[in-house]
Design a protein around this ligand. Structure first.
Ligand code: ADP
Ligand code: GLC
Length: 491
């Protein structure tokens, strides 16, 4: 089967969060089981291509005020996957991918509409795939256009679309005037299509028009059909519930394994954990702690700083938390509010809360390896990858039981020796504090803790089985759009 991924970020070319890890790892896993996979991405300022070659010098994308002309670059083939980049410097040659800590770029609708349209036009020249697999609102126009403006295009008649929700919190909502600006028809501005409380909602459009919808854990697929987690789109999802599936993200263990990781000071495995202590020392040294007490547990945080991630809970109980015997090491960037919060905590408790504001991939690996626990108190979490990386690195996850965090972490039971981490349900500072205390108590029992670490390290969250689940969805979507005697029969 020929599958075209359309997404706004992908390791190693561009990254703000887990979407990039998924788009970097799932296509090679599909290629490995015999599929023909290509990935379309924007060419950002931060995208480094080894030998970029222009494949299409000019693709026309009409806007109502002017035509824009972008080009398509050959990003070459890695792990059996072909990469294409939509190049339009006025839109993508910027400091960040989506915006600054102060807010989103004001022309994001135009930026990602141009991207989506250029992908459709380019794919007609390169050969249309069987399935477009689109991710998050930035590529939502692809399934929308396929069933509207491009519905009569013979190149796409039998092409189906699968849309993956990585996060309901980001929907791409814009003022109504966006529709004519992008030359989209006004009949999309109805409550059963893209209209949402007076705005145009890209994500909603994708949920209406995609053939199949997936999200990144089973639990999140259920949660988003409720008012608490649906961000207002729970009704749309419920109306399409027969086409909604939760498929857990996998991990690329070529990138995230303490046995091979080149960013960390020493390699280690479940059979020989000695290297982990070297990593702990190295991590603390990185934060200026030169004579560390290595008995003291280190709690790691690596995160986008956003309301989703639950750091307001830490603020609620910080005075009591800092009295515990532990050190927090945090790396993150994002909303100004949370960057300021962590800066403040670091100033108040400089020996207990060590903070680095920024995006630093090498340091993210060092924190996974050098910490004893990994903290994710998320308000909601579609899947979450860091806790799964934590398992592999013997860094015991302490999480809130929501979405993928709940699906991937089993509570530690010291009596039976079963379990991989600690989790709490109530979204309160008290629940967080008591769960951290539980973990700190467990840490003191060294032999129990080693069992707990090893339980996580031997778990297998590789992509193999999830990739096969995606193939089943692609096949169903293809059956939906079978061409009989030149006519598309929708079954
Ligand atoms: P989300 O996609 O919501 O941000 P995930 O847990 O799925 O959460 O994935 C986050 C990914 O982004 C991980 O690979 C993590 O290491 C990385 N990451 C997040 N923040 C940073 C940062 N400040 N520096 C380096 N890597 C980061
Ligand atoms: C999103 C979610 C995160 C998920 C990632 C990859 O950014 O917040 O939970 O792991 O996408 O699917």
């Amino acid at each position: 089967m020929r599958i075209a991924f359309v997404a706004s970020e992908c390791v190693p070319f561009s990254k703000t969060g887990g979407l990039a890890d998924v788009v970097g790892a799932l296509p090679p896993a599909l290629a490995a089981i015999g599929h023909d996979v290509e990935v379309y991405l924007p060419k950002y300022n931060q995208t480094r291509l080894s030998s970029p070659r222009t494949l299409l010098r000019s693709v026309t994308v009409p806007f109502d005020d002017e035509y824009r002309f972008c080009s398509v670059l050959d990003g070459s083939t890695y792990a059996g996957v072909k990469f294409y980049f939509i190049d339009y410097p006025p839109f993508f040659d910027r400091e960040q991918l989506y915006g600054t800590p102060a807010g989103d770029y004001s022309d994001n609708a135009e930026r990602f509409a141009l991207f989506s349209r250029a992908v459709l036009e380019a794919s007609k020249i390169f050969g249309a795939p069987d399935v477009f697999h689109c991710h998050d609102w930035q590529s939502a126009l692809v399934p929308i256009l396929l069933r509207t403006l491009y519905a009569e295009d013979p190149a796409f008649r039998a092409v189906s679309s699968v849309f993956t929700i990585h996060n309901m919190g980001y929907q791409g909502q814009f003022p109504p005037e966006t529709l004519p600006l992008l030359m989209l028809p006004w009949d999309l501005f109805t409550i059963d299509k893209m209209e949402f409380y007076g705005k145009v909602n890209f994500l909603k459009g994708a949920l209406v028009f995609a053939d199949f919808i997936t999200t990144v854990s089973r639990k999140y697929s259920q949660e988003i059909q409720t008012a608490e987690y649906g961000f207002g789109l729970e009704g749309v999802l419920r109306s399409r519930s027969a086409t909604v599936t939760g498929i857990l993200n996998g991990v690329d263990y070529n990138v995230w394994s303490p046995q091979t990781d080149t960013f960390i000071k020493a390699r280690y495995s479940p059979d020989d954990l000695s290297g982990k202590l070297v990593c702990k020392q190295d991590l603390l040294a990185d934060f200026g702690v030169t004579t560390p007490d290595l008995q003291l547990p280190v709690i790691g945080i690596v995160s986008r700083f956003a309301a989703q991630k639950g750091f307001d809970l830490i603020a609620q109980v910080i005075d009591r938390l800092v009295r515990e015997d532990m050190v927090i090491v945090a790396l993150g960037t994002g909303d100004k509010e949370y960057e300021d919060l962590f800066r403040r905590l670091n100033q108040q408790f400089p020996r207990k809360i060590l903070v680095r504001i920024g995006f630093d991939n090498a340091l993210a690996h060092k924190i996974e390896a050098g910490s004893d626990m990994f903290l994710m108190p998320s308000r909601y979490e579609p899947c979450g990858l860091n806790q799964i990386y934590g398992l592999k690195y013997g860094t015991v996850p302490v999480v809130r039981a929501t979405g993928g965090l709940d699906d991937t972490i089993e509570p530690w039971d010291p009596r039976s020796g079963h379990g991989t981490g600690f989790k709490f349900s109530d979204y309160t500072g008290e629940a967080l504090l008591s769960t951290i205390r539980q973990a700190l108590t467990a840490f003191k029992d060294r032999s129990g803790w080693h069992t707990l670490m090893r339980n996580g390290m031997v778990k297998d969250f590789s992509w193999t089985s999830s990739a096969r689940e995606y193939v089943r969805i692609y096949e169903k979507s293809r059956q939906l759009r079978t061409v009989h005697n030149g006519e598309v029969v929708t079954v």
